[in-house]
Write a protein that binds this ligand. Structure first.
Ligand code: ADP
Length: 642
């Protein structure tokens, strides 16, 4: 039976498990299985015996047959065990029969006209099997009772906050990477130079805690790694452990949560206790926003479990003694929603920001993950790094992996530029889907995409069209790829207006050609509205002026975004809506103008698109007859919004 939680085993790994992530205390589950299996075994055993006892075998006779045998004096001796009649023959053979319960054997003999005195028989009251079955029945009840007592004890331990929990529910599921086996080092994380510099101090502290404590410096306790998903937060945390050569305990914020209140807190306690024993060590909590949200912010109230878990983290971090060199690294992409108590001095008081990699970063990440894969000689890495603006480290790694899968599937030996292009599209847009289009749907999709492409092409502050396709991917029936031509951290008013035009291009083409609309433009419309609204309320780009109209985007308890300006009067709200409409109308006007002017070109693009399914930039510019650079010079179209 599992021991109470106060007695925790030392963290010692057998050699074969070193370096591998292991689930801690997994023996608890084995214990449970053992009890369950033995219970099943003992419950079924009596049934097996009574089956054996039912005399279903070759040597089984009906009562009439048995009586006939006795009458014919074939039987040497009869034993009556309860209701079982055992016929012993002179040649040592045995046959079985069963009489009715309550009828005595003598009565039975008389009934068949046999003189009991002429038969050599012996009667004993209960059969061995019967008594064994009885004992086993009692045993199974005892075992069952024991089993329930055990469950109750476990549950009490789980909710009572003393660790333990239902089948170890309260135990942390932290993955343990043994010391020295964390193979990732700083040079395995590319493009995050500043972040690495900031974390070097943590590494130094873990290597030489005494150096810091000697001069009374407060040791770094918590570092918040902030950045979008896939930029390498987990990787960097592992690299810190690798550089400092200390164990790494990792757990995701959501893993602390269970339906029972108190389990999360108990897991936190356990995680910290285990890490402290292995000190110096690193604890990594991924998605800390899952637990670290501002307490009591829930509109529905009652978030006891999350609050308790968060409180426990705070308690643990405050409770580090100077000799315990444990550093907690936590990752989030929503630092704005974190509880202020979590980011106070002495807790997560350092913040390291990881951004999407820039062109140099992308080149470095590509070179790390390209190792070991076969590439054609003419791979233009510079171009690929330029083409992948907006890709995270995880996207890039994924892209190279997809390219490798592609050549493996087709049994080719080298990854080409084309494979990388295909892989990049797949990473961003999802895999190709063979859908059965009907002709009209296919035409409308082609016009929709040609609309996007032509509008963006004829405007002067937009990026060049990279690819148009009517092969469906993910949920999209077709797509027009316009990746940013270079890393950009700002957008101007003109660029935003032209982006709205580009987004409206698809819907405008449907309107122009078919005088009808499809539902396919819904995500375009969604983005158009967001950009236009942000221009008015966040960026001060409308005649309403540079006034902050309150938070536009909040987080509801269910994780959904809601758009609800606060602190804005009803009349101001109406003005905002009117401005949004004005922006969209102004953009729609230019969009429609471009498409009307380019109507013939649009038909040509659509025809080639239907024939080839995908058009690359060169094909597209050849059909249109004018390059992006030329259009930039002429600046023929512009949005008028004042
Ligand atoms: P995050 O924790 O920020 O969501 P991860 O650290 O889990 O991201 O990144 C996922 C994978 O992407 C990593 O295992 C690694 O292969 C790759 N990756 C991400 N960023 C980088 C980077 N800067 N350098 C090298 N590889 C990276």
């Amino acid at each position: 039976m599992p021991k109470k939680s106060e007695k925790k085993p030392e963290v010692k790994l057998p050699p074969e498990l070193k370096g591998k992530p292991v689930k801690m205390w997994s023996f608890r589950f084995d214990m449970k299985k053992m009890v369950v299996w033995s219970l099943i075994f003992f419950l079924f055993l009596p049934a097996v015996f009574s089956y054996m006892n039912s005399g279903v075998s070759d040597a089984t006779l009906t009562v009439t047959e048995a009586m006939a045998e006795i009458k014919e004096k074939k039987v040497e001796k009869v034993e009556v065990l309860g209701d079982s009649i055992v016929l012993n023959y002179s040649d040592k053979k045995i046959k079985l029969s069963t009489k009715e319960t309550g009828q005595s054997f003598t009565e039975l003999l008389t009934q068949y006209d046999i003189d009991p005195a002429s038969v050599n028989f012996e009667v004993s009251n209960g059969s061995f099997w019967d008594s064994l079955g009885g004992v086993l029945n009692v045993l199974s009840f005892v075992l069952m009772a024991l089993f329930f007592v055990m469950i109750l004890r476990q549950m009490r331990a789980g909710t009572g906050g003393m660790g333990g929990g239902m089948f170890g529910m309260g135990k942390s599921k932290a993955k343990l990477f043994a010391k020295g086996k964390q193979s990732v080092k700083f040079d395995g994380v590319a493009g995050v130079t500043e972040a690495k510099k900031e974390l070097e101090e943590v590494v130094d502290f873990l290597k030489n805690p005494a150096k810091y404590t000697k001069v009374g410096a407060r040791a770094p306790k918590g570092v918040l790694l902030v950045g979008p998903a896939g930029v390498g937060k987990t990787l960097l945390a592992k690299a810190v452990a690798g550089e400092a050569n200390v164990p790494f305990f990792s757990m995701a914020g959501s893993e602390f949560m269970e339906m029972l209140v108190g389990v999360g807190a108990s897991r936190v306690r356990d995680l910290f206790e285990t890490a402290k024993k292995a000190s110096p060590a690193i604890i990594f909590i991924d998605e800390i926003d899952a637990i670290g949200r501002t307490r009591g912010a829930g509109s529905m109230g009652g978030h006891d479990e999350r609050d308790q878990t968060l409180n426990q983290i705070l308690v643990e971090m405050d409770g580090f003694t100077p000799t315990e060199s444990v550093v907690v690294l936590a990752a989030t992409n929503r630092p704005d929603v974190l509880d202020p108590a979590l980011v106070r001095p002495g807790r997560f008081d350092r913040r390291v920001t990881l951004d999407l990699p820039d062109i140099e970063g992308r080149k470095a990440i590509l070179s790390i993950h390209a190792a070991g894969k076969p590439f054609a000689k003419d791979i233009d890495w510079e171009r690929i790094a330029r083409r992948t603006v907006g890709f995270t480290g995880a996207d890039l790694e994924n892209m190279l992996n997809e390219a490798a899968i592609l050549i493996a599937r087709e049994d080719r030996s080298e990854i080409t530029n084309l494979d990388l292009e295909e892989a990049a599209t797949k990473v961003k847009m999802g895999p190709e889907k063979k859908r059965m289009f009907n002709a009209i749907e296919r035409d409308m999709t082609a016009y929709h995409e040609a609309g996007h492409a032509l509008v963006t092409h004829f405007l002067s502050h937009t990026d060049p069209v990279h690819r148009i396709s009517i092969v469906s991917r993910g949920r999209a029936l077709g797509f027009t790829l316009i990746p940013p031509a270079q890393d950009k951290y700002q957008s101007t008013r003109t660029e935003l207006l032209e982006e709205i035009c580009t987004l409206l291009g698809g819907r405008a083409a449907e309107q122009l050609i078919y005088n009808d609309l499809t539902a396919g433009a819904s995500s375009d419309i969604d983005r158009v509205t967001r950009i236009a609204r942000a221009m008015v309320v966040d960026y001060g780009m409308s005649p309403l002026g540079p006034i902050d109209f309150g938070p536009q985007e909040g987080y509801s308890e269910w994780g959904r975004n809601y758009l609800e300006p606060t602190d804005v009067s009803d009349s101001k709200r109406a003005e905002i809506d009117a401005e949004v409409k004005k922006i969209v109308n102004a953009c729609e006007k230019v969009t429609m103008q471009i498409l009307k002017d380019q109507r013939k070109v649009m038909d040509q693009v659509v025809n080639e698109l239907k024939e080839k399914e995908s058009l690359e930039r060169d094909d597209f510019e050849r059909i249109v007859g004018v390059t992006k650079e030329e259009i930039r010079k002429t600046q023929k179209y512009s949005v008028v919004y004042k």
